[in-house]
Every structure is written in C-alpha cells, then in structure tokens.
Ligand binder design. Structure first.
Ligand SMILES: NC(=O)c1ccc[n+]([C@@H]2O[C@H](COP(=O)([O-])OP(=O)(O)OC[C@H]3O[C@@H](n4cnc5c(N)ncnc54)[C@H](O)[C@@H]3O)[C@@H](O)[C@H]2O)c1
Length: 417
C-alpha cells in the first residue's frame, strides 16, 4: 500500500486513542452515519490535510467507513506517529511522520495530491494553495475543497477576488458550529493551558498581552483573565478593540502594551504581528507564544537577521537575546502552541469542527453541478444539524418555533392596531 509513515508497528497504541476519542464525537459519528446510509461519499476520493491526532483520525475513518477512498497528509510537527500507523493499518494511505522537515512535508502533500482527490479537506489551505501552483490538473478535475480555519479561508478569498481560485471551496471555518466553539472556546482554553504548562508559572497576577481580539483572541483573553491575569489587548480593528474595552480589558498599541508584559500571545493569524520593535521592548524573561498559527506570526527570521541569538533552550522554551533589548523566552519557536506543544482543542470541540467538515463534504457533492470556483458558506440547515447532534450529548434539547411565531417571522405587515 502507498503512504509514508514512521513506524507501522505503533498502530495498536494509536488505535486505542482513536477509539477513545470516538466516544466523545457524537456529531461526527451521526453525520458520518448519514453519509454512509445515503451513499453520498461512496467511491469519492477525499484527501485530508490536517493536524494528525486521534480526533482527525476519526474524521478520516468516518469518511472511509462511509465508502470514500481516503488519503491523509500532515506536516511533521503536527503528526502523531502512532495515529498515523493506526490509520495506515486501517488501510488509509498516510503521508506524515513526526520527523519530517519542510522539504518532506511538501513531498508528502504532493504525494497526497497524487491520489487525484475529488475533494480536499484542508486546515490552513496549504494543500489547496500548493495544488494551485503544482497540480492545477488535479483541481480542474476535482469537485471542491473545504477549509477549516480563519487563516486558511483568508487567502482563498483573495484567490477568488483575483479570479485565481480553480474550484468551489466551503469556508467550514465560518460555520457557526465551528468558529463560535472551536475558535472562541476550545482554542482560548487550550492556548492558555499550553502556555501555562510550558512555563510552569501561574497566570494569576501576570500581565498578559493578547494581540488580536477576534474569536481566538477573545477566548485567550477570557481564559487568561479567569486564571487571574491582568489582560491588555492590542487590535487594529476599532470595533474589535471596542469589544475588548467593553469586556473590561485595557486596549493599547502593541508596542506600548508589551513594555511591562509577562506573557505575550499573538492571536491575529497575520505574519509579522509581533515584530522586532515589539521583541525589543519586552522585559527580561517575558514569554512570547502564538495562538493564531501562521508562519512568522512572531517575526523570528527577521529578528535573527537583525542579530537576535538563542542563548539557551529547555525543551520547547528557548531564550533569545534581542539586540537593543533583553533576553526573552519564545515558546515552541512560534508555532501554534496548543497544537504543536499540546493536544490541540478538546475532543468535544473538534467533534463540532469535524461534523462541519463532513457536512461541507456532503454539500460539495450534493450541489456539485451548481457550484462555481468561489468560496461558499455552509448552508444554515447543515450547521443546525451539526449543533443538534452535539446538543443531545450535552444534555440539551432545542425548542421549536410555534405556528404563531412562524407566521410573525414570515410576515412583513405591521400588527393591526
Ligand atoms: N490554534 C488553534 O487551534 C486555532 C483554532 C482556530 C483558529 N486559529 C487561528 O487563529 C487565528 C485567529 O483566528 P480568529 O478566528 O480569531 O480570526 P479573527 O479574524 O476573528 O480575529 C483576528 C483578529 O486579529 C486582528 N489583527 C490582525 N492583525 C493584527 C495586528 N497586527 N495586531 C493586532 N490585531 C490584529 C484582526 O483585526 C482580528 O480582529 C487564525 O490564524 C486562525 O486560523 C487557531
């Protein structure tokens, strides 16, 4: 069988953790079962590029069990080798191993595209974008793609605007059951806990600066604050900045906010958010982490070019001496900290995100004759279906709209006086 993994013998270890995660994924299971019953994905070639851990493995297995021809790739730093082995053991070609460097990561994505997928399920849109550069032939024969995160959707919208997008894409990230939960809850919690674990220091009493107060940044600020931190927000969008002020946080330009920061977390998803001028102003031993997750969100390459030197390293914490500044700590080389240094979002949260991805796959197939090379929102009914499947497991039951309410909602005429 094709594929490229580190150690096939570790499959049992991976399979046990995948089975455990599955028990907490009712929405993914329910929508996967619907796809299987309807035969929607039968013999459809589906390529998944995502963080490779037990939750994502359940997305892949759900599609495979529903009859799809699935293949998977992942960058080395986000790959769990035991999980990769378990998927390979289940008959799914996997191109991912933890020791892969950037050249091998690229080879793995190209090998994935070699399966000529009908649908690409992506996280960060690196695979969709590489396909536009290296394998446009694959895209021209494809049904479409779905994209899981904010920083992946943004460049796809740019491609659409420039007329360079070659296939329909569902912005899975923008579904309410995705971004209102994964971005706003799961990421805030897991980024703060990952930073706390790596530093081994309390958030209580610390000054935490959050760059970017979108869905992820507001979650980070809320969780840091709940642990007793004093939080300052830096924002470039006046409305988001106002929301931060209404939530009770100080709001300052980043260059001012960092001057007495203990911990700086970037949640913008924009390269260069933490620039050399910010690193220079940070106090001695301040820690810098990324919760957003694009390359060079902390402009480390530029800092090194300007003379920054790593003076020591302890596990995933490196000490960087900044010329004209002090010695600060960088967490896991500026990678997306809750994924690269921890287990990613909680399983109940990823259940929603992967339920949305499955619903997006179904939408692409069912509407394939009507979709153009554009970025589409997931229809509200599909979003509602994911939420309903998950709500039951939280012990909740949704109410219904009465006939009177429906008549009111459907009418534009003012009520009789
Ligand atoms: N780590 C994870 O598990 C995880 C999960 C979901 C999303 N993400 C990523 O987190 C990032 C943010 O996602 P989101 O959904 O919150 O996006 P968002 O668009 O809701 O918020 C981003 C915010 O950052 C602000 N911003 C942009 N540049 C800035 C700058 N230089 N300084 C200060 N603020 C700036 C924007 O104005 C915006 O308000 C994205 O890269 C997304 O892909 C990570």
């Amino acid at each position: 069988m094709s594929g490229r993994i580190a150690d096939p013998t570790r499959w049992r270890e991976g399979a046990e953790r995948i089975a455990w995660a599955r028990t907490f994924m009712p929405a993914t299971r329910a929508i996967g079962d619907e796809l299987a019953a309807a035969g929607t994905v039968r013999d459809v070639r589906i390529a998944i590029s995502d963080v490779l851990e037990p939750k994502t493995a359940n997305l892949a297995l759900s599609l495979a069990e529903a009859g799809a021809d699935v293949a998977v790739s992942c960058v080395g730093r986000d790959t769990d080798d035991a999980v990769a082995a378990a998927l390979a053991h289940a008959g799914i070609p996997v191109y991912a191993f933890a020791a892969a460097g950037s050249a091998e990561d690229r080879e793995n994505v190209l090998a994935l595209l070699g399966h000529r997928p009908d649908i690409i399920v992506d996280d960060g849109s690196a695979t969709i974008r590489l396909a536009h550069i290296e394998r446009p032939d694959v895209l021209d024969a494809a049904i479409g793609a779905t994209e899981q995160t904010t920083s992946g959707v943004r460049p796809l919208r740019t491609m659409e605007r420039l007329g360079e997008l070659r296939l329909p894409v569902v912005a899975a990230n923008d579904a309410r059951t995705k971004s209102l939960f994964d971005n706003a809850h799961g990421t805030g919690q897991t980024v703060v806990f990952a930073v706390a674990d790596l530093l081994g220091e309390p958030f209580a009493g610390a000054h935490v600066v959050v760059a970017g107060y979108g869905r992820v940044g507001s979650g980070i600020a809320r969780h840091a604050s709940a642990l007793g931190a004093r939080v300052t927000v830096a924002e470039v969008d006046p409305v988001a900045a106002l929301q931060a002020a209404f939530a009770g946080y100080a709001v300052l330009p980043l260059v001012d906010a960092v001057a007495d920061a203990d911990i700086l977390i970037s949640a913008s998803g924009v390269a260069g958010t933490v620039g050399f001028e910010h690193l220079q102003r940070l106090p001695e031993h301040a820690a810098v982490a990324v919760g957003g997750g694009v390359s060079q969100e902390i402009a480390l390459d530029d800092a090194v070019r300007r003379g920054a030197v790593e003076v020591s390293r302890s596990g995933k914490v490196s000490a960087l001496r900044i010329p004209g500044g002090r010695t600060i700590r960088i967490l896991d080389d500026g990678h997306c900290i809750n994924v690269s240094a921890a287990e990613g979002n909680p399983v109940q949260i990823m259940d929603l995100s992967f339920g949305v991805q499955l619903a997006a796959v179904a939408y692409l197939i069912e509407e394939r004759d009507r979709l153009d090379a554009r970025v589409y929102a997931l229809p509200r009914a599909a979003d509602d279906r994911v939420a309903a499947a998950a709500l039951a497991s939280f012990g909740g039951t949704v109410d219904t709209v009465s006939e009177t309410q429906r008549a009111f909602l459907d009418s534009w005429r003012p009520a009789a006086p």
